[in-house]
Ligand binder design. Structure first.
Ligand code: ATP
Length: 439
């Protein structure tokens, strides 16, 4: 029973996302493309807000971080150095009856989870998408769509450090697309083949690595909670020794309690000096740092908080979804934090058949546009308009009525408290700005 209810919430989110313009299936008119998604008018705002706050909190508010936007395509040797060409692979098994393909490590039993058929013995399947550089389709010109943004940071370590005259400790932050030809997909956008990562590589002196690892684990967990994830729904899980990636000494996952169970939102790893040493070895270039005080060259250790934008967006959506009873009627609300809500205010005329009211509402809408996403809707009765805005998480509904024509005031309704304020039209912009003010 509990299980059915939980899955039901995910179904409701998927349906809401499609109906209200958050997330659409990619190339839907052609039947869709497996595990790729298009973010609609509201989804793109949510993602932009998420990324903007990550950037603000992780880069602007800190004195020890630089930004980067590296290319998706990299020299193929970079992927040899990182180990991806050889070992970025999952063990894949195939069902001999229905031909379904599954990741062996995610299987619960020994037979096909779809039809119960016999499974083949596992073979390695590389998750990197291959393509060709230039016009010759041959092995020598093979390049890959990056499966993570991290390597673009490692290979630029010396460039950034030198150009910005940085001393340890400092970090490089990057947000960008990554691609993985995942075998087992599903969970809506949770496991996509094209997705965005927000990654930090934080370079430290080797002896301080453990301290910085603890610091970043805490810092990143708090970031999600500060932006609205309920503390009970998020946790840290330490990797066991046999789970650790070959490059990592220490790793924590930040997990969210999705309706189907706990799953990773972000990983924080102590990658030691593995990456810089490997890229030095493969490129023949020295990727080290000169410690002016000690007068010696060192290879910094790297602490990596690596999160997914899409997974975070999904977790924030699930966490914000609630159904309430208001005066005997069901109300669906997306209680997204004000910083993340795609639409900050909606201007709604109470009477859509009164041209003066409509015209005044449109004028207010026009004046309020600029710093925040503000919308206008007159396509239904006021009750319906409120419900629509609640369902997508709009913070304020500004209603223009006949009285507004006389007193030049409007009714402003708060999404969460549903309290209504009568606000002079000329004060609306500062009123919204104050609501949005960062504390
Ligand atoms: P998983 O075990 O779930 O496949 P991972 O451990 O391989 O994930 P990492 O390589 O640590 O993931 O990537 C860092 C982050 O990038 C993840 O925490 C996740 O938020 C995001 N991410 C990774 N793969 C995907 C994907 N296929 N779709 C969406 N986000 C992803």
């Amino acid at each position: 029973m509990a299980k059915a209810q939980e899955t039901n919430i995910m179904d409701k989110i998927v349906s809401l996302c499609k109906r209200r313009g958050y997330i659409f299936q990619s190339s839907e008119i052609y039947g869709g493309l497996g595990s790729t998604w298009d973010y609609g008018p509201l989804g793109v705002e949510l993602k932009r807000n998420l990324k903007a706050w990550w950037w603000r909190n992780m880069v602007y508010e800190r004195g020890d971080m630089e930004g980067l936007d590296a290319a998706i395509l990299m020299h193929p040797k970079a992927w040899e150095a990182s180990g991806h060409t050889k070992s970025f692979a999952d063990l894949l098994v195939e069902c001999k009856s229905c031909n379904g393909r599954f990741r062996q490590d995610l299987l619960k039993g020994e037979s096909c989870p779809e039809c119960g058929g016999e499974l083949s013995s596992p073979r390695r399947f590389n998750l990197m998408f291959k393509t060709f550089l230039g016009s010759v389709e041959e092995e020598a010109s093979t390049v890959y769509l990056r499966p993570e943004t991290a390597q673009g940071i490692f290979v630029n370590f010396v460039n950034v450090q030198g150009a910005m005259r940085r001393r340890l400790p400092f970090g490089i932050a990057q947000i960008g697309k990554a691609f993985r030809n995942e075998i087992t997909t599903g969970g809506f956008t949770f496991r996509s083949r094209e997705f965005e990562q927000m990654e930090i590589e934080f370079f430290v002196e080797p002896e301080s690595a453990k301290r910085w690892f603890d610091y970043w684990t805490e810092e990143r967990l708090n970031w999600y909670v500060d932006l609205g994830i309920r503390r009970d729904n998020i946790r840290l899980r330490e990797h066991t020794q046999d789970e650790l990636a070959h490059y990592a000494r220490h790793c924590f996952d930040i997990e969210y309690k999705f309706p189907s169970g706990w799953a990773e939102l972000e990983g924080i790893a102590n990658r030691t000096d593995f990456d810089l040493k490997k890229h030095s070895e493969f490129s023949g270039k020295q990727l080290s740092y000169h410690d002016e005080e000690k007068k010696e060259w060192i290879v910094p250790y790297i602490i990596e908080p690596s999160g997914g934008v899409d997974r975070a967006a999904l977790a924030f959506l699930v966490d914000a979804y609630r159904e309430e009873k208001v005066r005997g009627e069901k109300r669906v609300v997306l209680g997204l934090d004000r910083r993340l809500a795609p639409i900050k205010a909606a201007v709604l005329p109470l009477l859509r058949n009164r041209p003066e009211v409509v015209s005044m509402a449109k004028k207010i809408w026009e004046n309020m546009r600029g710093p925040f996403r503000v919308t206008y809707d007159d396509t239904a009765s006021i009750g319906r308009l409120y419900r629509r805005q609640d369902e997508v998480g709009t913070l304020l509904c500004i209603t223009v009525d006949v009285q507004s024509l006389d007193d030049k005031k409007v009714t402003v309704r708060d999404r969460d408290t549903m309290e209504q304020d009568r606000v002079p039209i000329e004060n609306l912009k500062p009123y919204l700005a104050e609501k949005m003010e960062v504390k």
